[in-house]
Each structure stands twice: as structure tokens, then as C-alpha cells.
Design a binder for this molecule. Structure first.
Ligand code: SR1
Ligand code: MG
Length: 398
């Protein structure tokens, strides 16, 4: 079969052809993709089987820029591998079709996208435990600490993802500062603030440059590569991470830092413009506990897993694991800062901020995120604690 772009009509026929449980009966199909790059079809039968088919087109959906369709292979392979490293935290991949650059994966009906739920004030009590299990699993088990260095070097080659890394290098580490293509949105109430704090602040450009170079060169672990709250499905007691198309071998702190920043966006929204199901105090308490406990849980679980799984006699030398963990925590803080700034100032904003209807509340929430981002990137210590992330949300003082 040669490649063609699926539609809601042809996706059903495609599922029939590829998956035995879809051979017979009537099915519904809806295109549910809301990202910039791919097409996502949900195919289901009332009371019967359901599946998600995700296909890469030759052009990105919104900007109509050409990207290699091979990104879908990389994503399918990463999700399969991460499903092994972090069992229970990744949707199952049923197949990847190289000709069609399409994959079939477990339908997550019953789950919601975490960003949507956070913006509605929904609490997920097990999230910090779940996501730190996932992070330690995918980051440690893909690294030289656990797999044979020759296998790891093969994996670095296999998961090389130049086009999507190029997007990240531009969208996170360059465009927000230089506003080169003039594509950063112009939010008038913060225009002067952004000019002073970001465009004219060459010291913060230097910190962003350091983080960019770490991103480009530190082939430490197989990353998810875009671990924001829109890449996480949640329901009570369960967390599943999807959409790993930006994955590659990079610095561990990139995944942890992006996650932390995206929880901080939810915090800015909750403090400046809360609308939600749970009482505000209850929601904020859970969110703050979550922000504080993720880095701490990560540290504890990382050291325990290192002691259990690291096989290299030299790397097991007393003191090394803690020294490495310090570097990871420092990278995490810097990457968190870069994400805070880019999703506030840059083109790919987050609904947590941009959907705040009260303009003055949105302006304050965005200033809080920019100043927190600057603090995290500038003061990224090895001894970084979870409380430091929460404290950074107070860095903006009117
Ligand atoms: C062109 S894609 C823009 C952004 O959306 C994705 O989620 C990545 O974060 C990327 O930077
Ligand atoms: Mg995505």
C-alpha cells in the first residue's frame, strides 16, 4: 500500500484492514488532533472496540511547513520502549505502519488531557507518585547507568530526531529571546515588560544559550521530549504519558524541567484567575504539594533505582550518584526556566495563561511566569529543592 493521507472515512477502512477486531460491524470515526503536526483519528463502536490512529502528514497542519514523516516512527518506537521502562504509564502501541507513517494506539477514553483538567481545578492525588515513577523509569533505564554503553550508542543513533530537535531549539531556546522572525505574540499589556525583562536582558540570553547548548549536546537519556501537561492523560489513580514525537537522547533535566514549568503555569492560573471544580484552597494545596514533592520524590526514587540497577563498577563509586543527581537537578531548574519563558513569551503559548479572560489577571499571571523562569534559569543550583520551584512563583513583586 502506498502512502495517502487518512480522512475520517478512509481511517475506518484502514483500521478494518489492519486490526482483526475492526473487521466486522459499523464504526464511528472522529479526527481529534489538536496539535500542529499530526492527524489523530478515534475509531470506535458503541460498546465495542476502539482505537486511536495517529498519522503524520508531509506538511505541518497549521503552518504548512514540511517535516519528515519519519517522526511518527520515532514516536511509536519511543512509546514502545518507554512502555517497557515505565510499565503502566504509557498507552499501548498496537502497530506502526512505515508506509503510511501511521500508528495505532490504545484509546484512552475515560481519561482527560491533564492541562484541560488542571484548568478546571481537578485534583489528581496520585500524580506526583505516578509521574516520578515514569520519569525515573524512562530516564534511568535508557541511560549508560543501566544499559550497555554500546547498546546506548546504538539507541542514540536510532532515536536521532533532527527535525523535531530543530523545532525545540528554535521554539524554546532562540525565538522567545531574539523574536527574530517577529513571531512572538504581542500582548500589549506586557509589551514593555517583555522588552525589558527578555528582549533587552542579554544576561538572560546568556543563560538561555547555556541551556540550549546542554539540550543540543548532552545525550544522556531517551527523553519524552515534550513533557507538558497536554502530553499526559489522567484519570483518578492513573497517569499515561503520550505524544513522544519530540523524543531523542538528551539531558534528563529537560523532561523534568518541562513538567515542572507546566505545573507552574497551572499555579499561576490558579492564583490569578481560578475557575474550577474543587474549592480554590483545596486545589492550590494539592497543586503546591505536587510541585514541591515531584523533585523530592524524583531524587529519592532515582537514588534507589540507581543503587538497584547501575551495573558499572566505576559509576557505582560512592558519591557519584549524588553528584550526578545534583547535575540533573541543576539542568532541571534551567530547563524549567526556559519553558516558563517560552510558553509565556513565545509562539506556542499555553491555554493556562492565554485563555485567562480577565486581561489584567492574565498580565499578572504571565509576569509571574516570566520572572519565575528568569529565576530558575539564573539560580540553578545542584541543591535545588521542590520548595525552590514554589518560591520562584513569588519572584514577581508587582
Ligand atoms: C511547531 S510545534 C510547537 C510546539 O508544540 C509542541 O508541543 C512542542 O512543544 C513545540 O515546541
Ligand atoms: Mg504534542
Amino acid at each position: 500500500m502506498s502512502y495517502y493521507l487518512l480522512t475520517e472515512e478512509t481511517a475506518i477502512a484502514y483500521a478494518r484492514e489492519k486490526l482483526p477486531q475492526f473487521k466486522e460491524g459499523d464504526f464511528n470515526c472522529k479526527e481529534i488532533g489538536d496539535g500542529n503536526l499530526n492527524y489523530v483519528f478515534r475509531i470506535w463502536q458503541e460498546g465495542g472496540p476502539s482505537v486511536i490512529i495517529k498519522q503524520a502528514g508531509d506538511l505541518s497542519r497549521l503552518s504548512k511547513v514540511p517535516y519528515s514523516r519519519d517522526r511518527n516512527r520515532i514516536e511509536a518506537e519511543i512509546m514502545k520502549r518507554q512502555g517497557e521502562y515505565a510499565t503502566g504509564f504509557v498507552p499501548e502501541i498496537y502497530f506502526y505502519d512505515d508506509e503510511m507513517t501511521a500508528m495505532a494506539m490504545e484509546d484512552m477514553t475515560g481519561y482527560t488531557v491533564m492541562r484541560t483538567s488542571l484548568n478546571e481545578g481537578v485534583i489528581f492525588p496520585t500524580f506526583a507518585e505516578d509521574i516520578t515513577d515514569y520519569l525515573v523509569g524512562i530516564l534511568l533505564k535508557s541511560s549508560d547507568l543501566v544499559i550497555h554503553p554500546k547498546d546506548k550508542k546504538e539507541a542514540v543513533k536510532f532515536f536521532t530526531n533532527p527535525e523535531l530537535c530543530d523545532i525545540t531549539e528554535r521554539f524554546i531556546f532562540t525565538d522567545p529571546y531574539l523574536n527574530g522572525p517577529g513571531r512572538n505574540p504581542d500582548f500589549e499589556p506586557n509589551r514593555d515588560f517583555v522588552k525589558k525583562e527578555i528582549y533587552d536582558d542579554t544576561a538572560i540570553h546568556a543563560e538561555a544559550a547555556k541551556m540550549k547548548y546542554i539540550f543540543m549536546t548532552k545525550a544522556e537519556s531517551l527523553l519524552h521530549g515534550d513533557l507538558h501537561t497536554g502530553s499526559i492523560f489522567v484519570k483518578e489513580g492513573s497517569t499515561k504519558v503520550f505524544d513522544a514525537e519530540f523524543g531523542f537522547y538528551g539531558p534528563m533535566g529537560f523532561d523534568i524541567g518541562l513538567l515542572m514549568a507546566n505545573l507552574m503555569f497551572a499555579h499561576a492560573r490558579a492564583t490569578c484567575a481560578y475557575v474550577g471544580n474543587a474549592p480554590k484552597d483545596e486545589y492550590l494545596k494539592w497543586l503546591e504539594d505536587t510541585i514541591v514533592s515531584i523533585p523530592e520524590l524524583f531524587k529519592t526514587k532515582f537514588i534507589a533505582a540507581f543503587n538497584e540497577l547501575c551495573a558499572d563498577p566505576m559509576l557505582k563509586t560512592k558519591g557519584y550518584a549524588h553528584s550526578l543527581l545534583g547535575d540533573i537537578m541543576s539542568d532541571t531548574a534551567g530547563m524549567c526556566g526556559a519553558e516558563l519563558i517560552r510558553r509565556t513569551v513565545g509562539l506556542a503559548g499555553v491555554a493556562d495563561l492565554r485563555a485567562i479572560e480577565d486581561i489584567e489577571a492574565r498580565a499578572v499571571a504571565e509576569r509571574k511566569c516570566v520572572m519565575a523562569g528568569k529565576r530558575m534559569m539564573t539560580y540553578r543550583f545542584q541543591s535545588m529543592s521542590g520548595q525552590d520551584y514554589l518560591d520562584a512563583m513569588e519572584a514577581y513583586v508587582g
